[in-house]
Design a protein. Sequence first.
Length: 198
Amino acid sequence: MDSYESLTDQELLVLLKQQDELAFAEVYSRHWDMLFQHARKVLRDTDESKDLIQDLFISFWTKSDNLDIRTNLKGYFYRAVRNRILNLIRNKKVNHDFIELIAAQMDDSDDTILDGINERDLVKLIDEEIEKLPPKMKRAFEMSRKDFLSNKEIAAQLGISEDAVKQQISRSMKLLKSRLGKYPGLSIVLITLMHQQI
């Protein structure tokens, strides 16, 4: 067999279904640092972030023989990290600095908005606004922020230029921010939290 380092993520996934420990070690080595850095940007707590990523990989290995990943592995991991971060926020285990960061971006007059809406509702609200985007714009946005494809990969799949991809994504962000304007600052924070690509 070729060196595990030379295998693609998809090839590693095939081996993982057979409980191949070396394949798991390669996936862990390949993705751990990026996911940790992503979690730490949001949680602003090194130990909390390490624990979160460690738990994620333990769960990933436990379920590896029955995985059904319908996107690329990077996208799968980023969504898993996002969901775990949101769970921490819901359970009030997140560093208070993050809550203060959100609050600092809002005017005093907007405090009642946060009081009446929880994180689950906000996630749903943002997803609903994404669904309302024009079809081409929505497709480019989701391929970038949800499937974690590069602009070059998106351009190749859609048959358009990289500049056109950048314009579509930029317009999508502007539309989302304008539609979520009733939540000053918070819209930007949550869009970044949900769909950020490093």
